[in-house]
Design a protein around this ligand. Structure first.
Ligand SMILES: C[S@@+](CC[C@H](N)C(=O)[O-])C[C@H]1O[C@@H](n2cnc3c(N)ncnc32)[C@H](O)[C@@H]1O
Length: 264
């Protein structure tokens, strides 16, 4: 695991002798055989467990039947092309680095639009959930035939940290990329008492927290992107860095595009 990785408290529920439990311990989780065996001081932790062969995550208080797993939806090409992130990326084909992949929604959207996506995610729990979601999609999960083919165009790389993958691309150890997408965690909610965000957003927030150093990713991204860097922001948030070349704004979000910094 690399530096700056915010690993939030996780407890793995299940048989400690399974390989999933051992992996979880390797990433820093504690293990309890079931909910009743969770020590009082651990009750605040996110629960991870394997249910019907798939890893799922639950916040304290969520019933077992309401666990979250990554179920990737495949938009049609036309639907994908309407989304702001795809419009912001420009015209495929090409290679796009999704440096902050999260649960892969944008990666799949971009792949559906025709990009080949290199996905990077530093949080081990989010990464594990995404890896399983991509694997299920490649094996034909969901009700769309094209999802398997689209998911093949998303490669979740071993290097978990965006800075490190950008350095590897700069050094020529990984193929060059045309576009870099940065979608760091949003700043803490500005709204007052609003309806609860969807389960996936609650889980992202619980596992990944915030990204106080996200602005530092823009410059190295601009040094490796051959065409542009796009940054997804909430509509109300200021740009992550100066020099925005252009933006696409919707009611809820904004895609800020930055031009490459050419080598001297
Ligand atoms: C808002 S989420 C991305 C959501 C994603 N676009 C989607 O469609 O699901 C941000 C993710 O970026 C990851 N992240 C933040 N900083 C990172 C970094 N420096 N390197 C790799 N991943 C990072 C966080 O762990 C989190 O999962």
């Amino acid at each position: 695991m690399s530096h700056n990785t915010p690993v939030h408290d996780v407890i793995f529920l299940g048989d400690p002798e399974t390989s999933a439990a051992r992996d979880a311990v390797g990433f820093g989780a504690t293990v309890a055989v079931d909910e009743s065996a969770i020590a009082p001081e651990d009750r605040h932790r996110v629960r991870l467990e394997v249910v019907d062969g798939r890893l799922q995550a639950r916040l304290p208080g969520w019933p077992r039947s309401a666990g979250f797993r990554v179920e990737l939806d495949c938009p049609t090409v036309a639907e994908a092309r309407r989304s702001p992130v795809v419009r912001g990326a420009g015209t495929p084909p090409g290679v796009l680095l999704d440096a902050t992949a999260g649960f892969g929604t944008d990666a799949v959207r971009l792949a559906a639009a025709g990009w080949r996506v290199i996905a990077c995610e530093r949080n081990p729990w989010i990464r594990w959930l995404l890896d399983e979601g991509l694997a299920a999609a490649r094996e034909g999960a969901g009700d769309r035939d094209d999802l398997a083919e689209v998911a093949q165009r998303v490669r979740l790389v071993e290097i978990p940290e965006a800075r490190e993958i950008m350095a590897a691309i700069a050094a020529g150890a990984i193929e060059p990329v045309d576009v870099v997408l940065l979608d760091p965690m949003y700043p803490a909610e500005r709204r007052g008492k609003a309806a609860l965000p969807p389960k996936s957003a609650q889980m992202l927030r619980a596992l990944a927290g915030e990204d106080p150093q996200a602005a530092e990713l823009v410059e190295p991204a601009r040094r490796i992107a051959r065409r542009r860097v796009i940054v997804k922001r909430p509509a109300w948030a200021s740009p992550l860095a100066e020099d925005v070349a252009h933006s696409i704004a919707t009611k809820l979000l904004r895609i800020d595009a930055y031009l490459p910094i050419r080598h001297p």
